[in-house]
Design a protein around this ligand. Structure first.
Ligand code: GAR
Length: 217
């Protein structure tokens, strides 16, 4: 059973999707700890309701990002976390965390990366006149939303969309993609070929060939 550390700052709907997938045994993983940097965030309540340890680690208490991440690493290790999942964690992380969990930190972003990294991805898609956007689960590297792509889903941009309606349509797909990406890690199917993710065939399949990441419908 892969042990997950989920980091969230806000509503935590992706956290909820992960908690639900674990509870339904849809993925061979369990949430070992939830860490939140914002007091009163709904993500903390969601963790508590699911009976999962929830820790508020407010960044104001730490002099530097490195100091914050060092505490984060200690906390994740105490909970024997195998895979770190950033789920709406609105804070840049440092090499202190990345080197402790090499290629074991995932993030979800509300666009089809490499388009529209950073904040306000749905607004940027609308402003660009894109007809399609989506979401991406990727392995975190030292850039902002630049790491190897694991799972993506495409979402249409509809006439009359606002930032809110588009973001909501994307979010619904995020909730499918994140558990799927975690399952691929938990099943040991993720392999890196340079910057590209290759998926091994499922366990038990003698071929164990490499395939490209999936793009959902
Ligand atoms: C999600 O849309 C996630 O992709 C986005 O924040 C939202 C969190 O929602 N993350 C980023 O924009 C990271 N740059 P949630 O708290 O309900 O899961």
């Amino acid at each position: 059973m892969m042990r997950l550390g989920v980091l969230a700052s806000g509503s935590g709907s992706n956290l909820q999707a992960i908690l639900d997938a674990c509870a339904q045994k849809a993925i061979p993983a369990e949430v070992a700890v939830v860490v939140c940097n914002v007091a009163g965030a709904k993500a903390l309540q969601r963790a508590e309701s699911a009976g999962v340890p929830a820790v508020l680690l407010a960044h104001g208490q730490f002099p530097t990002r490195d100091a914050y991440d060092a505490e984060l690493v200690a906390l994740l290790r105490r909970h024997q976390v195998d895979l770190v999942c950033l789920a709406g964690f609105m804070r840049l992380i440092t090499p202190v965390l990345l080197s402790a969990f090499q290629n074991k930190v995932l993030n979800i972003h509300p666009s089809l990366l490499p388009a529209y990294p950073g904040l306000h991805a749905a607004r940027k898609a609308l402003q660009a006149g894109a007809r399609v956007s989506g979401c991406t689960v990727h392995i975190v590297d030292e850039g902002t939303d630049t790491g190897p792509i694991v799972v993506q889903a495409a979402v249409p941009v509809l006439d009359g969309d606002t930032e809110e309606t588009l973001a909501a349509r994307i979010l619904a797909q995020e909730h499918r993609c994140y558990p799927r990406a975690i399952a691929l890690f938990a099943q040991g199917r993720v392999e890196l070929d340079g910057r590209r993710v290759r998926l091994r065939a499922p366990q038990g399949d003698p071929a164990r060939t490499l395939s490209s990441p999936e793009l959902f419908d």
